[in-house]
Design a protein around this ligand. Structure first.
Ligand code: ATP
Ligand code: MG
Length: 442
């Protein structure tokens, strides 16, 4: 069973062409064959009419009117050789008939002249049939040439007719997973409209569903934030209470747990917030990427000092992009948070910001272990942490970064850098540069 519509159409139409060709060819062949035989009969009749007036004095059959047509004129009683054959032939009555002469089947026309002499015009049926077949075959030639031409034209017409469908599939394939804009009806054949309308309906329902889910996560995370903050405060308050040593240890564990939970809720909220952002960054405000980066780095310097890590800028160029400053800050904070977590003490973290043609480049390079190649594809999945999980991450950071970068119309690339005696991860983010440099915010 052929699955493709194109294959089915082609095979169906080709079968019709072949069957029609075969039927037409058979009819044409048989008709031309019959016509050729009749033509040859009429040649025999014409020759007989010519011979009617003139007796043939030669005592043997006259060979060929034309070499390859092999027509014989036989006068009764004038053949010294083969007389038996001739005698037998002249036992037949006048007229056109099939007979055996010289032990071969012949088409023969016998006539009697007014003086009573008889003659015959004969032609071997094998020769006649061969000539007729030859003529008949020639009528098949145009059909034989036409069939492959028709097959090529059919294939072209099918390919052309199915092109809108192939284009539609290509459009759908090339879409981002979260792009729910309806498919256009213009430029598509009307037969496809119900199909496109159904897909658009499905896209709208999916959009609604995803939106509901995103709002649910955002609401749940938001609702959790207040009680968790309250609980953290309560845990902090325990510090000022005189507690036995064992209880104090438990309070430390409790506070760590609270911090982790708070981080999880914050990350969930960030993920839900950035998920539903319109994919066009055109309507967003202008923001200074280098300015935001400076602020975030400054905020994290105490942490890097604690860890004994050298955090700083390798290169900073002023670059303006379109995006909310909180979004840019979330990108940089998450990348630096990872770098700080995975870089061992004594390591370095370099932040670079520059402009390359129309792209703003943000690069964060650390001297940690890097990411195993097998995990590279999955690190952007929510909740993915490479195994064995190190540190206290939730596995949401890079998904948040990816979503923000996507919504700003940019791209993200991760690569492990390995040079003599050093490893590390280099994250490169490209964002479109906001053209209006004059509008650069202060
Ligand atoms: N700079 C890095 N060096 C080595 N591994 C990294 C680095 N950044 C990320 N990873 C790996 O990718 C995984 C996913 O990172 P991601 O930021 O998404 O989550 P997380 O850091 O575990 O959690 P969160 O960011 O929410 O605190 C991490 O668990 C870690 O295994
Ligand atoms: Mg992280």
């Amino acid at each position: 069973m052929i699955k493709s519509l194109r294959g089915r159409l082609f095979i169906g139409l080709t079968a019709i062409i072949l069957v029609t060709g075969a039927i037409g060819g058979t009819f044409a062949y048989n008709w031309a064959f019959g016509e050729a035989i009749e033509m040859q009969d009429s040649v025999l009749i014409q020759l007989a009419s010519l011979a009617q007036g003139h007796g043939f004095s030669g005592g043997q059959p006259l060979h060929g009117v034309e070499e390859d047509t092999e027509v014989w004129l036989i006068e009764s009683g004038k053949a010294p050789q083969g007389a038996a054959d001739d005698r037998e032939l002249f036992t037949l009555r006048d007229g056109l008939q099939v007979a055996t002469w010289k032990s071969q089947p012949v088409r023969v026309l016998l006539r009697t002249r007014s003086d009573g002499s008889r003659f015959a015009v004969a032609q071997p049926t094998a020769v006649r049939d061969e000539t007729a077949r030859d003529v008949a075959f020639r009528t098949l030639l145009p059909i034989a040439v036409l069939i492959p031409c028709l097959m090529v034209v059919t294939a072209l017409v099918i390919a052309h007719s199915l092109r809108p469908m192939v284009r539609l599939a290509g459009d759908l394939d090339a879409r981002r997973a979260d792009d729910m804009t309806p498919l256009p009806l213009e430029g598509t054949p009307s037969e496809m409209h119900p199909f496109i309308v159904s897909i658009n309906g499905l896209l709208a329902r999916m959009h609604l569903l995803i939106d509901q889910q995103r709002r649910f996560v955002a609401d749940a995370a938001h609702e959790l934030r207040t009680p968790i903050t309250a609980l953290s405060l309560q845990a902090e308050n325990l510090d000022s209470v005189a507690l036995p040593e064992t209880a104090r240890e438990r309070v430390v564990a409790l506070k760590q747990g609270m911090t982790r939970t708070k981080h999880l809720v914050e990350q969930l909220l960030a993920l839900a917030r950035h998920e539903g952002i319109a994919s066009s960054p055109a309507g967003m405000p202008l923001a200074s990427l280098d300015g935001v980066a400076r602020e975030v780095v400054a905020g994290l310097l105490p942490v890097s000092l604690d860890h004994g890590i050298d955090l700083g800028f390798a290169l900073v160029e002023p670059v303006t992009v379109r995006g909310e400053p909180v979004m840019l800050a979330a990108i940089i904070r998450n990348l630096l948070d990872n770098a700080l977590r995975f870089t061992p003490p004594g390591g370095t973290i370099d932040v670079g910001i520059c402009r390359e043609n129309n792209a703003a480049i943000l690069q964060v390079e650390d001297t940690g272990p890097g990411i195993a190649l097998a995990d590279m594809d999955q690190v952007f999945e929510p909740f993915f942490r490479s195994s064995p999980p190190e540190g206290e991450g939730t596995g949401l950071g890079l998904s948040i970064v990816k979503r923000i970068v996507d919504s700003l119309g940019g791209g993200i690339a991760l690569e492990n850098v390995a040079s003599a005696g050093r490893s590390g991860l280099r994250v490169t983010i490209r964002l479109p540069v906001a053209e209006a440099a004059a509008e650069r915010p202060e």
